[in-house]
Structure formats: C-alpha cells, structure tokens
Design a binder for this molecule. Structure first.
Ligand code: PMP
Ligand code: GLU
Length: 394
C-alpha cells in the first residue's frame, strides 16, 4: 500500500540538494569529491553580522517573532529597497520568511489557482517548476538559447501568453545561466505585459549584488509594473548566510497580507536571532561585501578560461551569480571509458564518477543540453576540478 500522497509522489527531489547530498555521501566513503554542485558561497558570514547574532542571544531574543518579521528588520529592508533599487515600499508590503525559497512558496500558495499557467523562461532556478506544480499551477517553459544569452525576448513572452497565464517567474542575475537582464530588456518585457494587465511578475533578485555588469535593474522600478510585481530577495548569497535562512519580499499589500496568512499557518515568523543579525546586513553599505564579489568575478574569468580549453564546452559569459552553464550536448551519443553519454544527466554523473567532480544536470533547470558548474569554491579547487574534468574527457 502506498501511504504517500499523490502530491508528494509527483514532486521531484531538488536536484541541487540531491547532488550535494550525493557528494557528501561519496566523501564519507573516502572519495575525494570536489563539490561544484551547490549554489553556496564558500565565504564565512561577515563578522559584523555574526556579532549582531551573538548580541541578540545575549539580549534574550528568544520568543516567537511577528509572522511577517520584526518591524525593525522590515524597516531596514524598506531602506535597502530604496537605497539599492529606488523602490518605495511600506511596512504592510514586506514579509520576511525562512529563506527566499519560502518567500517563493508563499507567493505561489497565495496566488496560484489550479490550472493557472506560470511562464518560466528556461533555464530557470530548479525549484520554480516544482513549487508551481505543488500549488497546482501549470509551468509553461519558454526555451531560450545561448544566442540570446539565455534571456527571454519580448516576442517569446508574447507567444507564451494565453488566457490562463497568471504569472511570470524569473531570476536576474539568473541561476543557473548567470544572465542579467538590462533595464531596456526588462522594459521590453513590461511593454508586452501592458496588453495583459492580469499577469503578475515574480522578480527573484537574490543575486542582485553578485553582478559584474553595468548594474542591477528591478521590474518593479517601472511605475506601470510596480503594482503587479513581487520582488524577492534574501541574504543567503551576497552575505554568505545560506544556513541562516532569511529571505523577504516587497509586494502589493494584498499579496503580502496573503503571504503573511499562509506563513502564519505553516511556520510562523522566521528565526529571531537570524532576523536580528540580518538588520545589520540590510543596514550595511553594499561596499562591505565587495571583496566577495571581486573574488567571484576573478573565479568566473578563471573558470571560463579553463573551460575554453576543453573540447565540446560552449558557454555564455555570465554577468552575475556564481555559475557557468556550458552546453555540453556535443558529447551526446559518445562513449567514454565504456560509459555512453545520452544526455546532460549522464554527463553530470560521468563527471561525478570519473572526475570526482559534482555538477548539476541542466535538465533540473529546464535545459537538457547544459550542466551547471558553481564557482563558489576556492581557485585551487576550481583549477583542480577542471583539470580532472578535462582528463576524464580526453
Ligand atoms: N532563488 C534563487 C534563484 C536561488 O538560487 C536560491 C538559492 N537557494 C533561492 C531563491 C533560495 O534562497 P534561500 O532560500 O537560501 O534564501
Ligand atoms: N540555490 C542554491 C542552488 O541553486 C541552493 C540549493 C537550493 O536551495 O536548492 O544550488
């Protein structure tokens, strides 16, 4: 007898977390695995944030928090939105959650009715598809290619819209392609949406600060999009705080209220110590984390240079985040060391077994020709990993 729900049986396991778990397992068996699968900075959380957390413990912050977050944190987030993005939000428009992942899940639960279509430009972040399906929405994948730097064009958006389209979800800088939408590119998408006033946008800006291009643009900066954009952000990436689990949204008040209601029944307010610490992160000038961004850029250039030397890898130049997403489809149909590579999943498993390097298959991101390599690892590890990959393929 199967005691599990159809809902859970139909849900995929997060491919990023699964690969990280497999790498950990192999390491515990004594295999020298280099993990380039997880999108997790290898830096430590900055000291000023750690100090604030220690202070919060000593100040006896130990009670349940307001469901949508401490007022002081929401005020700091409002200032951050104004300072970095030119966005004006008020307290009832902010909801703090246990990671941006919960923010996304709240928005889906708050807005998607069964059968509603959600447009996902591919490649998309691994969990979008399953969060939408979990809430009985229908993901509509829009394929992009390396020729448009993996960005959805206005024409593609127009063609994907149907009377059932409820929302568009995308990240910029993008996980996994590293692509960054310029203000003009966002405007072109917004222009399409002018003819479809019922469509909302989830703008996932969690990699905002890890951006090597001209600057960051937010969909909600356009007056005509502000009332139908949910801006998602968090501290996991830029502040190296993945385990602290704090994310947040700025949204139209009725949507924020709905997310608050959802969260109140599922988890209550986010962790008290982490929230106190994040106040200092929000108040800090973004220049306090420039040293990490600079290092990511150096690593990006290092990885692109080394991959260039391997036959059959074709990559865009990622302008943000900390991933490269090379097309490796030229290996499909080939047999290496007795193993036939039929798809990106085979390729990624081959690298794990033969090069002892963990990556993630592009299939998890809606692009079956690519793999994702995270360069949130030391330069020594990256050099060694790519050397091993090259040897395993030669
Ligand atoms: N969105 C994107 C694009 C991500 O890469 C991540 C990383 N896990 C998240 C959301 C979720 O981040 P977190 O839950 O750690 O805040
Ligand atoms: N966002 C990271 C990644 O894409 C962390 C893993 C996850 O939350 O799924 O690898």
């Amino acid at each position: 007898m199967n005691q599990l729900s159809d809902r859970i049986n139909n849900l995929s396991t997060s491919a990023t977390l699964a690969m990280a778990a497999r790498a950990r397992e192999l390491r515990s068996e004594g295999k020298d695995i280099i993990g380039l699968s997880l999108g997790e900075p290898d830096f430590n959380t900055p000291d000023f944030i750690k100090d604030a957390a220690i202070q919060a413990i000593n100040d006896d912050y130990n009670s349940y928090t307001p469901v949508d977050g401490y007022v002081e944190l929401k005020e700091a987030i409002i200032k951050k939105f104004k300072r970095d993005n030119g966005l004006e939000y008020t307290l009832p428009q902010i909801v703090v959650s246990t990671g941006a992942k919960q923010s996304l899940s709240n928005v889906a639960a708050a807005m998607i009715n069964p059968g509603d279509e959600v447009i996902l430009p591919c490649p998309y972040w691994v969990s979008y598809n399953d969060i939408v399906k979990l809430n009985e929405g229908v993901p509509v994948e829009v394929k992009t290619s390396i020729d448009t730097d993996f960005k959805m064009t206005a024409e593609q958006l127009e063609a994907a819209i149907t009377p059932k389209t409820k929302m568009i979800w995308f990240s910029s800088p993008c996980n996994p392609s590293g692509s960054v939408y310029s203000k003009a590119e966002l405007r072109a998408l917004a222009d399409v949406l002018q003819n479809h006033p019922q469509i909302y946008v989830v703008s996932d800006e969690i990699y905002e600060h890890i951006n090597f291009s001209e600057g960051h643009a937010s969909m909600a900066q356009f007056d005509d999009m502000y009332d139908r954009t949910i801006t998602v952000n968090g501290v996991s990436k830029a502040f190296a705080m993945t385990g602290w689990r704090i994310g947040f949204i700025g949204a139209p008040a009725p949507i924020a209220r709905a997310c608050n209601k959802m969260q109140g029944q599922v988890t209550s307010g986010a962790n008290c110590i982490a929230q106190r610490a994040v106040i200092t992160a929000m108040e800090a000038d973004p220049s306090t984390i420039t040293y990490m961004i600079d290092e990511f850029k150096t690593r990006r250039d290092l990885v692109l240079g080394l991959l260039n030397d391997i036959d059959g890898f074709k990559a865009n130049v990622p302008e943000g985040a900390f991933y490269v997403f090379p097309d490796i489809s030229s290996y499909f149909g080939k047999t290496l060391r007795g193993k036939t590579i039929n798809n990106a999943t085979d390729f990624s498993m081959y690298l794990l077994e033969e090069a002892l390097v963990a990556t993630v298959t592009g299939e998890a991101f809606g692009n079956p020709d690519c793999i994702r390599i995270s360069y949130a690892a030391s330069q020594e590890e990256l050099i060694e990993a790519i050397k091993r990959i090259k040897e395993s393929l030669s």
